[in-house]
Design a protein around this ligand. Structure first.
Ligand code: GLA
Length: 373
């Protein structure tokens, strides 16, 4: 076996300051890539046999490039899905490879380890095979793999952030047309701290897909009368209110959340740019209570963590982050209170649920990078 090229890909996770569950509804989101990453070492091989090992999930498998088909093992489909898209759908010629995956990005924590892995793999194949895929094509391939191989009907926020992320910059992204701007992320004297519930409720994928369906249902019913809205976020709140008795209560609540959350994201971008951090923090709490009461994607562990922050003046904002049903909260905490807070909340959480939480300190860092070794 002759080893040809040897590269290292670093693919980050992402946080999202605000704008949850609006990406697939054509809304604005405010994410950033972080310094927790998946690291993939690749080398090309001759022949068609490829070897993949994950030190993180402690699994390995081999595959033949001429026989690409879906696996019964979900984890393998991250790699197979990417190869399927490149080789079968896009007709690229891909060299055989050996790859080893390591990570300091927690899995199932709502910080997008899944999109990070897929983005890292595509970026590696792009480099090794000189495919000349641009960022938008990478975003599309990730969506294809998530929709068709992983079974999550996710939006574009995660992959867009992972490929376009920049050190110390938030991305204000319009998910309708992918236009975006970078916003300085100066939160001093507050720090961004994630608190991982360390729970992942197993209906997360199907409940997520259910929300996507409910939003489409709302849009279709509204368009029977209005025939003009391409996305749910475009429906004005007054128009939505006309449908309060027509839409099922649940579906109305989903739509109301989406329309309000989209406005909150735009307000938040302004507040952060104007350094009105306390105002932004209030929007974070509103976002959480919308996700909990209207969109119903929170869980008791996340609610406990958010409620626990409310009495501390050193904490200006807290909310669940990502798809929900477990994972992390994102918090803005006065720098000199962070350690004390972690001690207090760890104790209270463990007393309540008998689960150990993890505090994750994050810095905003660059998007995916490829290094030729
Ligand atoms: C997951 C999805 C994203 C987005 C968030 C919720 O992370 O992959 O596309 O919908 O949930 O904001």
């Amino acid at each position: 076996m002759k080893t040809e090229t040897n590269i290292t890909v670093e693919s980050p996770g992402r946080i999202n300051l605000i704008g949850e569950h609006v990406d697939y509804n054509g809304g604005f989101v405010l994410p950033a890539s972080i310094n927790k990453k998946i690291i993939i070492e690749f080398n090309t091989l001759s022949g068609n046999e490829c070897y993949i090992e994950s030190k993180t999930v402690k699994k390995s498998f081999s595959l033949n490039l001429k026989k690409i088909s879906k696996s019964k093992i979900q984890w393998e489909n991250y790699i197979i899905g990417v190869l399927y898209n490149l080789i079968i759908t896009r007709k690229f010629k891909i060299k055989a490879f050996n790859c080893t995956i390591k990570s300091n990005l927690p899995i199932g924590a709502g910080i997008s380890s899944s999109s990070s892995l897929i983005c890292g793999l595509i970026s590696g194949f792009n480099y090794l095979n000189n495919l000349k895929l641009d960022h938008n094509e990478i975003v599309d391939i990730v969506s294809d793999v998530e929709h068709n191989f992983i079974g999550l009907m996710g939006g574009i926020m995660d992959q867009f952030t992972i490929v376009n992320g920049k050190k110390n910059k938030l991305i204000l992204l319009n998910c309708q047309n992918r236009s975006f701007q970078y916003i300085n992320s100066n939160f001093s004297p507050y720090k961004i701290v994630l608190i991982n519930t360390n729970v992942e409720h197993n209906l997360a994928n199907s409940s997520y897909n259910q929300r996507v369906k409910e939003c489409n249902e709302a849009l279709n019913i509204i368009n029977k009368d209005y025939k003009k809205y391409n996305y749910l976020v475009d429906v004005e709140e007054e128009v939505l209110n006309e449908f309060k008795n027509t839409l099922k209560e649940k579906v109305f609540n989903r739509a109301l959340f989406v329309v309000q959350e989209n406005k909150r994201t735009l307000d938040s971008a302004n507040k952060i740019s104007e350094s009105k951090l306390k105002d932004f923090g209030k929007l974070m709490y509103k976002s959480h209570f919308g996700l909990k009461n209207l969109y119903e994607v929170s869980c008791k562990e996340l609610d406990f963590l958010v409620d626990f922050t409310i009495d501390y003046k050193e904490i200006i904002g807290s909310r669940m982050m990502g798809g929900g049903f477990g994972g992390c909260t994102i918090n803005l905490i006065k720098e000199d209170f962070v350690e004390d807070f972690i001690k207090l909340v760890s104790k209270a959480y463990s007393n309540k649920f008998n689960i150990k939480l993890d505090a994750i300190h994050v810095n905003i860092d660059s998007g995916v990078t490829v290094k030729n070794n």
